[in-house]
Design a protein around this ligand. Structure first.
Ligand code: ZN
Length: 311
């Protein structure tokens, strides 16, 4: 069974971003008063229904009170526009829920990584998208050129400086990071951070530095964290990782050297036989079951390719 690395990360079928509509203030206003659905956030948490059926709550039009500065996400395939709205100005979670006519028996604001119910790939993509933008807006309330307050423009996709002599436009930020499965025959290289649950290992990963290509970042990170040098670096696929604002670029690379010298960031790094890697996969699946992380997909892809080889 071969894996399609990029398939699940595409939200195209879930939403038309309709970027050309963002500047059309009248049209956006019309959407808000007629056919809007909302993804609500409160202090980096998302809204989920609780009780027997746990699921993300995308609410239809918030009633008479439209929350301040909703961000236009796009048009849903069956019609209706989707917006993200941040209720972080509400002092408590209960207050934020009350503003939506909900009680804590019906819904809660839960950190996305801690949600323990099922999540479809489509809903995950939408929550990631909404989360990226609400987080960025919260961080960009002031101009980082002149320090004046900013205000949302382009339906929330630009934050414009309110100082007329500056008038800088600020755009959403995404920080590139690399994540890589390094293999050597029947072994792959996995490491663990001190903060992770016991026995948990995963692929190596690290941020891309300014002036660096993705491939250079892969080579440097693996070398820094494990002492191993890699060759034949191939792109695998990508995944947004809005914790808070990364885009993970997945790679598969072959080990050119085998000896391990552990770097300062990891508690342990070592070679795992394919049978041990299968065990690690099970553990990783229990960690963020609803997020199907690219780390899992990389390891799964490699384990499956080794299994096929043996047939
Ligand atoms: Zn400014």
């Amino acid at each position: 069974m071969s894996e399609e690395p990029t398939r699940l990360y595409l939200a195209l079928e879930t939403l038309d971003r309709a970027a050309h509509r963002r500047g059309d203030v009248e049209w956006i206003q019309e959407q808000l008063s007629n056919s809007a659905h909302f993804i609500f956030a409160w202090r980096e948490r998302n809204l989920f229904s609780v009780g027997p059926e746990k699921r993300p709550l995308f609410l239809d039009g918030p009633g008479p009170e439209i929350p301040p500065n909703p961000i236009f996400l796009g048009i849903r395939p069956k019609g209706g526009s989707l917006f993200a709205a941040d209720l972080s100005a509400r002092p408590t979670e209960e207050d934020a829920l009350t503003s939506l006519s909900l009680s804590t028996d019906q819904a809660r604001f839960i950190p996305l990584r801690q949600f323990d119910g099922p999540l479809s790939a489509e809903d995950r993509a939408l929550l990631f998208y909404a989360r990226s933008l609400t987080h960025w807006q919260g961080e960009q309330r002031f101009c980082n050129r002149c320090g004046s307050p900013t205000l949302p423009e382009e339906a929330g996709h630009v934050m414009g400086c309110t100082n007329p002599s500056c008038a800088a436009k600020h755009f959403p930020r995404t920080d590139p990071a690399t994540i890589m499965l390094v293999h050597n025959g029947d072994y792959c290289l996995l490491g663990r951070q001190p903060s992770w649950p016991e026995g948990m290992y995963s692929t190596l990963a690290g941020f891309v530095e300014p002036g660096e290509s993705l491939e250079e970042a892969v080579f440097r990170e693996v070398k820094e964290e494990s002492g191993v040098e890699v060759k034949n670096i191939h792109y695998f696929g990508s995944q947004p990782w809005p914790f808070p604002q990364s885009l993970m670029f997945g790679f598969i690379a072959e080990a050119a050297t085998k000896e391990i010298t552990r770097g300062a960031e990891l508690e342990d790094v070592r070679w795992f036989h394919v049978s041990e890697a299968r065990e690690i996969l099970r553990k990783l699946a229990g960690r963020f079951p609803h997020l199907d992380t690219i780390a899992r997909r990389l390891i799964r892809h490699w384990v499956n390719s080794k299994t096929e080889e043996k047939r």
